[in-house]
Write a protein that binds this ligand. Structure first.
Ligand code: AMP
Length: 189
């Protein structure tokens, strides 16, 4: 199996690169943001509760996203591997993911972290908001809140994976192809 955490702040390019990586390595893409948006689109109770927080740029509770990941891992037992995109985002989520994978006799191979400076991130998110229609991509104060959540709760996960020797930093500036090549080199190194 090949299990990757694709890591980085909002707007770093995780979704774009995930699409390419799943094709090349035949992996299953697990994006908690996408899963939550599909709950919202389906009008579920979970979706409606999550939306209140997502609209403010605040993380949803750990148990909600851990539960979603657990059920996807259980229903894809024959997978060649997974790309975790936008998950884990807190220490509790990272610990839960380690446990869930270890129950399946596997683990995370790399945390590939896309590094992009703050000004570029805001530019990319506002641009994406024009097409995606995502309300959390269109309002600068909500974007700032998401970056703050990332810096406070998510960035500390770098040390969780560094301690396990799994952290790889990838420059996230350049063309989509260039960044994809860097990711593949790291995976195949
Ligand atoms: P994303 O599409 O990954 O940028 O996620 C959009 C929003 O969904 C985030 O701002 C959070 O409110 C919520 N979300 C997505 N993934 C997680 C997660 N792993 N933990 C908590 N909240 C999340």
């Amino acid at each position: 199996m090949l299990n990757l955490v694709l890591f980085g702040p909002p707007g770093a390019g995780k979704g774009t690169q995930s699409t390419r990586l799943i094709e090349k390595y035949h992996l299953i893409h697990l994006s908690t943001g996408d899963l939550l948006r599909s709950e919202i689109a389906n009008g579920t109770e979970l979706g409606m509760e999550a939306k209140k927080l997502m609209d403010q740029g605040i993380l949803v509770p750990d148990n909600v996203v851990i539960g979603m990941i657990r059920s996807r891992l259980e229903s894809n037992k024959d997978a060649k591997g997974f790309i975790f995109d936008g998950f884990p985002r807190t220490k509790a989520q990272a610990v839960a993911l380690d446990e869930l994978l270890s129950e399946e006799g596997t683990d995370i191979h790399f945390m590939l972290a896309l590094n992009v400076d703050d000004d570029e991130l805001t530019k990319r998110i506002l641009n994406r908001g024009k097409d995606s229609g995502r309300s959390d991509d269109s309002d600068p104060s909500i974007i700032r809140k998401r970056v703050e959540e990332y810096n406070n709760k998510t960035a500390p996960l770098i040390s969780h994976y560094s301690e396990q020797g799994k952290y790889r930093s990838i420059p996230g500036l350049g063309s989509i192809d260039e960044i994809f090549d860097r990711l593949c080199k790291e995976i195949e190194a």
